[in-house]
Design a protein around this ligand. Structure first.
Ligand SMILES: [Zn+2]
Length: 148
């Protein structure tokens, strides 16, 4: 995934740890070169929430984090009032995927799953086929009963 600089913002905030910020390095470089106001915030910062909520309108957010953490930060930013147009986030490393069991409604999490793959529900042990039907409410793909 290529991330680019969104021009014309009041300020740029980069959330990430040392490893994940590598992805954002070209943008940070560009921002520095253009002498735009920016701030780098570590992911483990407990002050992240305070920092994000104290920003003025027009602040743009770049997030680079392992998938799970990325989602948490996105949710936090949304709850503060950032819209999807005010942030770009990049998931780092293997992507976990949730599968919703059609029988017991339990969620099974697996790394790097693909659609049509068969998995076993970690709750009721039913064989499930991962469908491309994604529910953003549950943040999970629907798992159908696998044919024997
Ligand atoms: Zn189940």
């Amino acid at each position: 995934m290529t991330v680019s600089l969104i021009n014309g913002k009041r300020k740029y905030i980069f959330c990430g740890d040392e490893a994940s910020l590598e992805v954002l390095q070209p943008i940070i470089y560009e921002v520095k070169k253009k002498e735009l106001p920016f701030e780098i915030v570590p992911l483990d910062s407990s002050t992240l929430q305070n920092l994000l909520s104290s920003q003025k309108m027009g602040t743009f957010l770049y997030i680079a984090a392992p998938w799970k953490l990325k989602r948490e930060i996105e949710k936090m930013a949304w709850s503060i009032g950032y819209s999807e147009e005010e942030m770009i986030s990049v998931g780092i490393g293997p992507k976990p995927m949730n599968v919703f069991c059609c029988r017991c409604h339990g969620i099974t999490e697996k790394i790097n799953l693909i659609v049509d793959e068969e998995i076993t529900c970690s709750h009721c042990e039913l064989q499930l086929v991962v469908s491309d039907h994604y529910s953003s409410l549950r943040d999970a793909h629907l798992g159908y009963v696998a044919k024997l």
